[in-house]
Design a protein around this ligand. Sequence first.
Ligand SMILES: Nc1ncnc2c1ncn2[C@@H]1O[C@H](COP(=O)(O)OP(=O)(O)OP(=O)(O)O)[C@@H](O)[C@H]1O
Ligand SMILES: [Mg+2]
Length: 321
Amino acid sequence: MPNKVFIGREHEVSILEKAFNPTGVPSRSILFIAGPSGIGKTTTTIHVLEKLRRNNGILTIYLGLGKPYSSPNEAILDTIKQFKQQTKNYEKTFQTLYNVMDKIINRIKSIQVSGLTIQLANSSRENPLISFQDLISSFVESLENADLKAAIVIDELQNVLRFGDWSPWGLMKLLMSLQEDYGNIQFVLVSSDYRFRANIISDTPAEYIDTFYLGEMLRNDALKLLETLLGIGSGERVKNATKDEISEVIDRIGGNPSLIYRLVNHSLKYNSSLLESLNYIRNHLYEDSLRKILVVKSKSKGSWYSVKNVLKKLCTQPVDI
Ligand SMILES: Nc1ncnc2c1ncn2[C@@H]1O[C@H](COP(=O)(O)OP(=O)(O)OP(=O)(O)O)[C@@H](O)[C@H]1O
Ligand SMILES: [Mg+2]
């Protein structure tokens, strides 16, 4: 199955390409890209960054923080690694940033080496969020000095903030003031976490944040993605994947690319037809959601089954509540 395809999203890409492109004139709004998990936020964002880098020659930084970090320092070290990888050709320009990165690395190492110094991590200066802010500020300063333009995307920032239950407000203020002072930078936040977005939106004056909501793919693009993944016309075939079946499947699941991927993977792995896999995955999803919905699971088997039945009905047909 091809794993690096990018299909459709022409409309979204053209809007985002403009929104990511710093004009050189200081601007106010940070862009927030929201949308359900698996809808294609990361993929579309990276596609836009690559296009901008190719066509407009601007520097693009993508900080992907949606990883299973076990400590905030691990997240900071990973951020530094990503900054280094993506500024490889600009080491001289970003000398200040490199100095800041080295200082942070040394500090984290000293904490890791001596058990005693772990306590230092609790002092406010050691708050990893401050390191993150230092990285961003020195990046923007160097950018200005070199008169370079950049778009910087921070994907799943809430994943780092969760460690200390930190409010995103301090960082937002920094991003807003940097962008208001310098016209060469555009900040973009990406997240599917509704609580994080609600937090940011409730704290930030409306003129400082633009939200772009990424929804499902257009029907034709979803069909194209499914056909491409199935290798229609070349190579791999899923049992009984006729045009009609493909069309029916998209009518039923809509334009969520990760669901389409999941379906094709399942069909190929178990050599089942698309509809068989769809039924399997739907049941599986339903079990997944049940686990999430029922945070407090009833101890009595009887009531567990009745709750399950009502939810099952809710998933498949309208129920008179
Ligand atoms: N336009 C597209 N063409 C082809 N594949 C796509 C497209 N958009 C997304 N995908 C695929 O769909 C899957 C989910 O996409 P992605 O990870 O970008 O979603 P996301 O919205 O960032 O999800 P999350 O909120 O979980 O981070 C990936 O396997 C990706 O390759
Ligand atoms: Mg993502």
